[in-house]
Design a protein around this ligand. Structure first.
Ligand SMILES: *[C@@H]1O[C@H](CO)[C@@H](O)[C@H](O)[C@H]1NC(C)=O
Ligand SMILES: *[C@@H]1O[C@H](CO)[C@@H](O)[C@H](O)[C@H]1NC(C)=O
Ligand SMILES: *[C@@H]1O[C@H](CO)[C@@H](O)[C@H](O)[C@H]1NC(C)=O
Ligand SMILES: *[C@@H]1O[C@H](CO)[C@@H](O)[C@H](O)[C@H]1NC(C)=O
Ligand SMILES: *[C@@H]1O[C@H](CO)[C@@H](O)[C@H](O)[C@H]1NC(C)=O
Ligand SMILES: *[C@@H]1O[C@H](CO)[C@@H](O)[C@H](O)[C@H]1NC(C)=O
Ligand SMILES: *[C@@H]1O[C@H](CO)[C@@H](O)[C@H](O)[C@H]1NC(C)=O
Ligand SMILES: *[C@@H]1O[C@H](CO)[C@@H](O)[C@H](O)[C@H]1NC(C)=O
Ligand SMILES: *[C@@H]1O[C@H](CO)[C@@H](O)[C@H](O)[C@H]1NC(C)=O
Ligand SMILES: *[C@@H]1O[C@H](CO)[C@@H](O)[C@H](O)[C@H]1NC(C)=O
Ligand SMILES: [Cu+2]
Length: 574
């Protein structure tokens, strides 16, 4: 065992050294150094004034642009008076830098008020990234960021052409109550549902109907809630980089009268296909091409609608502005209605249509070493509503896992592994769970380093009759191959034979559709411990997460800045 660890260690060193020299020789890697002040400010994003968490006064936060191989340094100064902060760099794999993943309770202790945390990592892959808080339900308060656009180095090219880039669209859903109030509702006894969001925001702007309220806190003429407008020149083709960081809603996006050509998903090139609307789930990113080929005498709506849950939130609207019309000129048309919220079939169809571009296929291993089935159910623990995987609901310990593993503190979390399966044969996914009583755990899945693992996510009925919800599952530290989606119960013999091993897309976030299943494969080749969780913040808070550990013995010593909570307090005593 000792020899094996040593051997792995030296392999890893050689591997890291090689990658380092490779990028040095390929391009002149640059260092981007930022300092971010995190503060509360009054914002009127949907015309309703409320407290939002900002980065240097902004929500969404500043855009970071870089080239493949560049180093990003962000000094995050927590200037909130009473609240911790942790920032996750969504889909950055953090190979060799697991301490920088920004996941509270996993890779670090959240940064306390007055402290600074310096995130430093290399962007090793061309794609569109985003960042957001990974502390409690803080993302809901506005602490999320624009995309990190990592461009192709000179000499490399992409399999599609466009005239203009640099148009990023990020969707969020917005509540008027505070995230404290929401977290309290969701964890209280009896459970209080937070309801649907008040607004859908496009690039941080929405429009709440202020006349619904008898208060001057809502002002529809506030310039902060003027809709986002994207100006296009007739005849030209644009690349839009689209991301969703909603805390609850699954969305559909469309541009009135225009088709969208999907060309990239979560950083991998897609065999292009044309669609009228793009379905997008929290945590996903896409690139679409759109050509300004319609009547240029007017402007058009860009709109986003809630799908998958019965919508009670009006569509989010922005303006697709044909030059030289005024950018703020409101189209006289009615915004296009989105697809039916419960048209689950067309959502599965679009998921199935997303395949790797034939010139950029990265073949998955043909077999796997381990299969983990995860049944997604809603349960209760001592009366509190929770989400469970294979009948257990997960919670994070007070001491971050990665530090506990490095220090061999076996009392920090439950050492018994969580269940890898469930009684699939007999479980009725169409009915309210018979056994509502669940247990909570801090246990982790330990995966052999560099082994190939399949995860089959199986959806089921919630605790409400005839209801199953959409869950976008996100994996930290890795991309995975999406081998298939299906309706109903997964069949271990017949569905496995239908896996797409030819041109599966690699992603880092994937939807699990109502009453359906989703199958993934990944290689556990990134030393550390990584979250795999539902990206709906509310579900995450309610236990919809698991942890995958692999090769954590190869990780270096914990930096002092990652400590300060739980057992790690003892390590930083003066
Ligand atoms: C980044 O900027 C901070 C603040 O200006 C400075 O203290 C630090 O030395 C810089 N780091 C690098 C690597 O340039
Ligand atoms: C959009 O695509 C559909 C199907 O490919 C096609 O029939 C339609 O004409 C296109 N519409 C526009 C505005 O290009
Ligand atoms: C479609 O999805 C909704 C929830 O998103 C669910 O309640 C409904 O039962 C689903 N319909 C089918 C046919 O699966
Ligand atoms: C989904 O795809 C199937 C198979 O291609 C097709 O028969 C069906 O009409 C599609 N459904 C929707 C709603 O687009
Ligand atoms: C970790 O701790 C356990 C229990 O305290 C002990 O059995 C084991 O040998 C320790 N492992 C290492 C590598 O120190
Ligand atoms: C639920 O489970 C817990 C722990 O297993 C047990 O103490 C409790 O009595 C159970 N409650 C019900 C209603 O079954
Ligand atoms: C689920 O958990 C409950 C409560 O702990 C337990 O009674 C039940 O046997 C478990 N069911 C399965 C299938 O593991
Ligand atoms: C992981 O396994 C693959 C396939 O067996 C192999 O090509 C690769 O070199 C291994 N990587 C490491 C870091 O051991
Ligand atoms: C649940 O769905 C089934 C099948 O679609 C239907 O027969 C039944 O009436 C529904 N029950 C309720 C309470 O809506
Ligand atoms: C799984 O599929 C096989 C082959 O189609 C079939 O014989 C078997 O009954 C299915 N199992 C279940 C549980 O549906
Ligand atoms: Cu979920």
């Amino acid at each position: 065992m000792f020899e094996l660890v040593q051997c792995r260690k030296s392999l890893m060193v050689i591997f890291l050294a090689l990658s380092f020299f490779m990028f040095i020789s390929l391009s002149e890697a640059r260092v981007h150094n930022y300092t971010w002040d995190i503060t509360y400010q009054y914002k009127s994003q949907d015309c309703y004034k409320k407290l939002a968490i900002t980065i240097n006064g902004m929500t969404p936060g500043p855009v970071i642009s870089a080239t493949e191989g560049d180093t990003i340094i962000v000094n995050v100064i927590n200037k909130l008076f009473m609240e911790n902060v942790a920032i996750h760099w969504h889909s950055i794999r953090q190979i060799g830098t697991p301490w920088m993943d920004g996941a509270d309770g996993v890779s670090q202790c959240a940064t306390i008020p007055g402290d600074t945390f310096t995130y430093q990592f290399v962007v090793d892959k061309v794609r569109t990234y985003m960042y957001h808080s990974h502390y409690g339900v803080q993302k809901k308060s506005g602490l999320y960021g624009w995309l990190i656009k990592v461009t192709v180095p000179t000499g490399k090219s992409e399999p599609f052409k466009y005239d203009d880039d640099d148009h990023s669209i990020v969707f969020t859903d917005w509540y008027h109550s505070s995230s404290y109030e929401e977290a309290t509702k969701l964890t209280s006894l009896p459970f209080v549902w937070i309801g649907e969001p008040q607004s859908l925001l496009i690039n941080g702007r929405g429009k709440y109907v202020c006349s619904n309220l008898n208060t001057n806190v809502c002002d529809s003429t506030n310039p902060e809630c003027v809709p986002y407008s994207l100006t296009v020149v007739p005849g030209k083709t644009y690349r839009l980089r689209i991301a969703s960081l909603t805390s609850l809603s699954a969305l559909s996006f469309q541009i009135e009268g225009h088709n969208l050509t999907v060309v990239e998903a979560d950083g991998q090139y897609v065999e292009p296909f044309v669609t009228k609307n793009l379905y997008i789930y929290s945590g996903e990113t896409y690139s679409v091409l759109v050509t300004a080929n319609q009547d240029s005498s007017r402007n058009y709506w860009m709109s986003t609608n809630e799908v998958g849950r019965k919508p009670e939130t009006p569509p989010g609207l922005a303006i697709f502005n044909y030059y030289p019309n005024h950018f703020n000129k409101i189209p006289h048309t009615i915004p296009p209605p989105g697809p039916a919220w419960n048209d689950n079939e067309s959502r599965i169809n679009q998921s199935l249509a997303i395949k790797a571009h034939r010139g950029f296929i990265q073949s998955p291993p043909s077999t796997s070493d381990k299969v983990i089935l995860l049944l997604n159910t809603q349960n209760t623990i001592q009366g509190r509503t929770r989400w469970s995987l294979n009948n257990v609901s997960h919670t994070l310990p007070d001491t971050p896992y990665l530090i506990a593993l490095k220090k061999n503190w076996t009392d920090v979390f439950d050492q018994t592994p969580p269940p890898e399966s469930y009684d699939f044969q007999n479980y009725d996914i169409y009915n309210v769970p018979g056994n509502k009583n669940s247990t909570s755990t801090t246990s982790i899945y330990r995966l052999e380093f560099n082994s190939t693992v399949d995860v089959i996510l199986q959806n089921a009925n919630t605790m409400n009759v005839n209801n199953s919800e959409t869950h976008p599952w996100h994996l930290h530290g890795h991309d995975f191959w999406v081998l298939g989606y299906g309706d109903g119960k997964f069949n271990l013999s017949s569905d496995v034979r239908k896996y797409n091993l030819v041109d599966p897309i690699m992603k880092s976030t994937v939807p699990l559709h109502p009453y359906g299943w989703t199958a993934l494969r990944f290689r556990a080749d990134n030393p550390g411990i990584w979250l795999f969780h539902c990206h709906i913040e509310v579900h995450f808070l309610m236990g919809m997460l698991v942890l995958f550990e692999s090769g954590s013995e190869m990780v270096g010593e914990p930096p002092r800045q990652n400590m300060g909570c739980g057992w790690t307090k003892s390590l930083i005593k003066p």
